[in-house]
Design a protein around this ligand. Sequence first.
Ligand code: CTP
Ligand SMILES: C[C@](O)(CO)[C@H](O)COP(=O)(O)O
Length: 222
Amino acid sequence: MRTGERKRTAALIPAAGSGTRLGLGPKAFVEVRGKSLLARSVAALAPYVNEVIVALPEGLELPPGLPARAVVGGDTRQESVRRLLEATDADTVLVHDAARPFLPEHVLLALLEAVPETGAATVALPVADTLVRQSAAGDWGELTPREGLWAVQTPQGFDRAALLDAHRQAARDGFAATDDAGLLARLGVRVRLVPGDARLFKVTTPGDLALAQALARTLDEA
Ligand SMILES: Nc1ccn([C@@H]2O[C@H](COP(=O)(O)OP(=O)(O)OP(=O)(O)O)[C@@H](O)[C@H]2O)c(=O)n1
Ligand SMILES: C[C@](O)(CO)[C@H](O)COP(=O)(O)O
């Protein structure tokens, strides 16, 4: 990039999951008060980035009117994100689950500020509950101290080239991670933790969807 040229940022939204745990078909298309999870996630990010790219299940198209373009996702979230990374030449990427439809602006702004510090940052929440590992019988096994533990959310922000390299190395090594920050952390990259928000929960189960309906009622009417 030439000196003085503005850095470009892309929002990458993996939305190609099948929504098995929710049981209502492809989850990104499930609506909460008349607006899909995908549309809500796109709307939260679009004003802050140069482009939005969405990974969709094969055979499905982007609903009309969304300020985004689409690629076909893969069999896993990791594969979907890799395809999204290969579809842009942006300098910085924000990877955000379509399944997290309520992204507060202040969290996004804090993430955008943190990313340039190390080229890798994620939104996350300090764990507030008591943590326990189950026993072989499925009962209370071992207490796990929660001090210093965070529950990782999205969005996560990265230098695109570094994340793409981490994805390619992971694919070569057969390494699977549940998020993108984990792929860079395993290579020794320092990942900044940016305090998230309870409203950024992932809509995973029918109970989460009920919560999303209630929250949308409050937020949409605010
Ligand atoms: N092959 C996949 C699997 C998941 N995702 C996306 O990754 C995000 C987080 O995944 P998750 O919440 O687990 O969604 P699903 O895979 O759809 O849910 P489930 O595991 O219940 O089937 C979602 O936005 C989902 O669409 C994706 O793009 N490609
Ligand atoms: C990326 C993520 O949302 C961070 O918490 C999470 O790991 C996705 O997990 P899933 O099983 O693909 O929903």
